[in-house]
Each structure stands twice: as C-alpha cells, then as structure tokens.
Design a protein around this ligand. Structure first.
Ligand SMILES: [Ca+2]
Ligand SMILES: [Ca+2]
Length: 164
C-alpha cells in the first residue's frame, strides 16, 4: 500500500491529480463512482490569482508563520513579499479585512526586517504606527485587514498568502 500511486484525470479541468497513499496534510476527498480517493494537495487550495507578473494564493487556514512558509514551499512558491506600493494596494484590496502572514521576518538580525525567500532587506514597508514594537519577542510580519504591517510572535496563527 505504501508505494501505491494513481492518477485521477478530470475531463472538465483537463488536468491530472497525483493520488498518494500517504495522506499527511490537507487531505480532501473525492468520490468517483466506486472509489474513494485521498488526495494530497500540493497546490493552492483555491485558485491562483495573477497580477503584475506574480500569482497569489490566499490560503484561509490558520498556521504559525513557519508552517505557512513551509506550506508555500510545498507548492513550489514562497510566502508573499510585498515590494512596492502598487503591489500593497492590490493585495490589500484582495485581503478583504482578514489578517495574513507575509514573508517578512527579522529572526536573523533583530530589528532588520527582510523577505525570507530572497533574504533581501525590505526597502518598501507599510508598518502600522508604532510597529514594529515586539523586539525579540515578535520576529514575523503580518498584514492586517487594512493592509498595514505588524510584527507578531511567529507562533501566532494567521491565514497566509503564497506568491510565485
Ligand atoms: Ca523582532
Ligand atoms: Ca508588534
């Protein structure tokens, strides 16, 4: 059983799904006539939204920052890096009032925030007033519903946004 693999083909989507016997994360279930399949998802659970040369996946599942980062990596992507005002404005509009993890952190050097996937120090920022304020207790960056950024404990759980 452990080495069983199968594919499911969807005529309507014209796409293949790899079926995997080891279901560990985010399983969802498909019923196709006589078969119940466990499908291990390694792609955006909703749909990618394209904008300005990037694609974005808004994942409405609350995870800690590190798990969010690893989830994005498992999709071959990275936690969102917001690098321009234009990108911020577009994301803010799509974020619809919720709070989300983005890929900023200062865990390597307290007080110097950088984008995790590229290790580049942030140039554009959109901190809420008095943020960042958490010193060594808050090393991960969230985007609030109004688009502003806060440093938070990385162990807090938020929705998250992947970018590719
Ligand atoms: Ca910090
Ligand atoms: Ca803070």
């Amino acid at each position: 059983m452990a080495s069983c693999f199968a594919f499911l083909y969807s005529y309507s989507l014209q796409t293949c799904l790899l079926l995997d016997s080891s279901v560990t994360t985010n399983p969802y279930f498909l019923y196709d006539r006589n078969w119940l399949y466990f499908v291990k998802s390694n792609d955006c659970p909703v749909s990618w939204i394209r904008n300005g040369g990037s694609s974005y996946c808004f994942v409405k599942k609350r995870l800690q920052w590190r798990s969010s980062k690893e989830s994005c990596i498992s999709m071959g992507t990275h936690l969102l890096a917001i690098e321009t005002e234009v990108e911020k404005t577009w994301i803010q509009d799509k974020a619809s009032g919720d709070s989300w993890w983005i890929g900023g952190t200062d865990s390597n050097s307290e007080g110097t925030f950088y984008w995790e996937h590229s290790s580049k120090t942030m140039t554009y920022t959109n901190w809420y007033s008095n943020q960042p304020n958490g010193d060594a207790n808050e090393n991960c960056v969230s985007m609030e519903g109004d688009g502003s950024w806060h440093d938070y404990s990385c162990n807090h759980t938020f929705y998250y946004i992947c970018e590719k």
